[in-house]
Ligand binder design. Sequence first.
Ligand code: FMN
Length: 221
Amino acid sequence: MELREAILQRRSIRGFLKKGVSRDTLEEVLKLAQRAVSSKNSQPWLVHVVTGDLLQKLGADNVARLRRGEPTVTSEVPLSGVYRQRQVNVGKQLFGVMDIQREDKEKRDAWTERGYRFFDAPAVILVCMEKSLSDAYRFDLGCFVQNLCVAAMEYGLGTCVEYQAVYYENGLREYLALPEEQIPVVGIAIGYPDPTFPANAVITEREALENFVCWYGDEKK
Ligand SMILES: Cc1cc2nc3c(=O)[nH]c(=O)nc-3n(C[C@H](O)[C@H](O)[C@H](O)COP(=O)(O)O)c2cc1C
């Protein structure tokens, strides 16, 4: 796949075919992802790949925690201004194609639970970092993750980066052998995209360059 095409076509995939991804393929994707830039070539990413029955159990455990209102690990500050507007817009796009009305609590809850079940993907890649590293190294994990999402497309795979995958850290620690010194930073649901799943068709908006780029110097167009 051409690079430009891959970057333009990448989008979050939230519905997957019931088809496993071979370990060989996941290894190929991880090998490409690890070519990402990292500060001082520190390569701070530590990865846990979960599939099969264990993934089902983890998803069910997440949903159970959500239903009983267990607090999640983050205390994210709610977005405001243009950032909030972008969040609202993507929500509208997704709920629109999924036919979820704002007031339909049942459908909204089901959608949220789907995220906590890793969108029923055949695999989830949890990206962790050592607690001893400063927060600045989260940036490097981001580079790894974006590389991974684009690399996955070469193998016909779709991905959804998700915080929902790591909100219940206690559950992850109960089911997986996560070393105490590692913090789960983000998860990536990965699998073969279901072409009939409406949310997979959503192309999210992007700003015009003039809204986020400042130019300096005398370079002319
Ligand atoms: C750090 C991070 C966390 C995210 N967490 C979630 C999540 O918990 N649930 C979800 O449905 N999407 C999640 N996303 C996906 C974003 O909503 C998505 O990337 C964004 O709306 C842009 O859409 P696109 O990926 O289709 O281009 C996350 C993305 C990132 C980078």
